[in-house]
Design a protein around this ligand. Structure first.
Ligand SMILES: Cc1cc2nc3c(=O)[nH]c(=O)nc-3n(C[C@H](O)[C@H](O)[C@H](O)COP(=O)(O)OP(=O)(O)OC[C@H]3O[C@@H](n4cnc5c(N)ncnc54)[C@H](O)[C@@H]3O)c2cc1C
Length: 381
């Protein structure tokens, strides 16, 4: 398999497409059915260099832009969205370590993460804080040269599989947003345990678990950024980069659904006529194509603008993720309609695409939060 190195977008996209087709898509249905984590695809992706793509070249990565990230995740997402989600969680964690890690954490983890030998994930969400990251209650109290972490995180992609986690905690419960910090917590940290994998509707091989911290000991050197600067760490990784990847996965799902529906409408004949000859079917296909391409175009524009002006990345990413995640649900829903009963059966890929697309409307920020944030930015509230 080829490796990427200081690649340009087109090369990265082509490489991701080749790996997706040859090494990721073939096992996707089986992994989905059995809820099996994508270990083999991740190994291939590690060897290719894709798992280090967003890290600067002088640190061993490929220095990929947000535009490239969006292209790569769309190729992976169109083949197996669970694998793409695991990749995205890793890339976000890696970005946080690169930009905000101490020399100690970078020396220990960055080259392992870039090569895919160590897997990363991020943990913000808690059962009681829900969509509101500002309401988290997991605490980290400094005691000598360690933080003592107590609390739990919910629905964490790759939890139990990843080697390191970027975890948002409260270092000062008296302060609001300024009381939050980000820690890099290792899988085998004393006092960290994992729950069972959730039995999800879709994205079934991405492994979502509870992480529980009971007097969990974390060296102070594992602080990312500054104490009280947790939201900035999330801003420079999850928000500054992750939303383009999430939108990319949705774009990939929509594109695959369009291709499958078109192929089916050409091949499926009833009473000697292909179903694609009917105007009602053509209308669904036209809407699917336009929605899918609109999502792709908005993502390309949003990512491109953010590459030029990183300060605008949050709102640009929110717009791209909102539109793409909703478009993917609508497009996959229509694909099932075009394919009739076939599309509703597990033997056909579109039912998995629909289930996976649905989860992406909840992942990171829900559509409702994204609408609020986009409107508030425009209204300067
Ligand atoms: C597949 C998947 C993978 C995930 N992976 C991760 C991960 O790796 N790391 C991580 O930290 N988290 C992860 N999450 C968690 C994800 O971030 C949360 O599910 C998401 O933030 C929504 O929180 P919730 O599920 O608690 O919903 P809730 O917060 O309970 O929301 C329920 C509903 O109420 C609405 N709502 C809530 N508050 C408001 C408000 N103020 N205004 C308007 N509407 C509101 C929501 O939009 C939603 O429709 C993942 C989720 C999914 C589905």
């Amino acid at each position: 398999m080829n490796r990427i190195n200081g690649f340009i977008e087109k090369e990265a996209k082509n490489l991701a497409r080749q790996i997706a087709k040859e090494r990721i898509a073939p096992g996707a249905a089986e992994r989905d059915k059995n809820g099996v984590f994508p270990h083999e695809p991740m190994q291939t992706l590690g060897e290719s260099g894709i798992l280090g793509m967003v890290v600067a070249e002088n640190l061993g990565g490929a220095g990929a832009s947000r535009t490239t990230l969006a292209s790569v995740t769309s190729e992976l997402g169109g083949a197996c969205s669970s694998t793409a989600l695991v990749v995205l969680s890793h890339l976000i964690a890696e970005k946080a370590v690169e930009v905000t890690g101490t020399d100690l954490t970078k020396d220990k983890w960055l080259s392992l993460m870039v090569s895919g030998k160590a897997l990363g994930a991020f943990a913000v969400h808690e059962a009681d804080s829900g969509s509101n990251a500002g309401a988290i209650t997991t605490t980290a109290k400094k005691d000598g040269d360690h933080y003592i972490v107590n609390g739990s995180k919910f629905f964490i992609t790759s939890a139990g599989e990843a080697d390191v986690y970027v975890v948002l905690v409260r270092t000062d419960p008296e302060k609001g947003p300024e009381g939050m910090s980000a820690l890099l917590i290792e899988k085998d940290a004393q006092g960290l345990s994992f729950g069972n994998s959730e039995d999800k509707m879709g994205l079934r091989s991405s492994s979502s678990r509870v992480m529980s911290f009971t007097d969990c000991l974390v060296p102070v050197g594992n602080l990312l950024g500054t104490e009280g600067g947790g939201l900035q760490v999330i801003g420079q990784s999850v928000i500054g980069w992750g939303f383009f990847g999430a939108a990319g996965i949705s774009v990939g799902i929509a594109r695959t659904a369009v291709d499958l529906a078109v192929q089916h409408a050409r091949e499926r004949t009833i009473a000697g006529q292909p179903i694609g000859a009917h105007q009602a079917v053509q209308s669904m296909i036209a809407d699917m194509i336009v929605q899918s391409e609109a999502a792709e175009a908005l993502l390309a524009r949003s990512a491109g603008n953010s590459d030029i002006s990183p300060a605008s990345a949050n709102i640009n990413g929110f717009k791209a993720k909102l539109f793409a995640s909703e478009a993917a649900v609508e497009v996959t829903n229509k694909a099932i309609q075009v394919m009739g009963g076939h599309g509703y059966c597990r033997d056909y890929i579109v039912e998995r695409l629909f289930r996976d697309a649905r989860g992406l409307m909840l992942h990171f920020k829900t559509s409702e939060w994204l609408r609020q944030d986009i409107a508030k930015a425009a209204l300067e509230l």
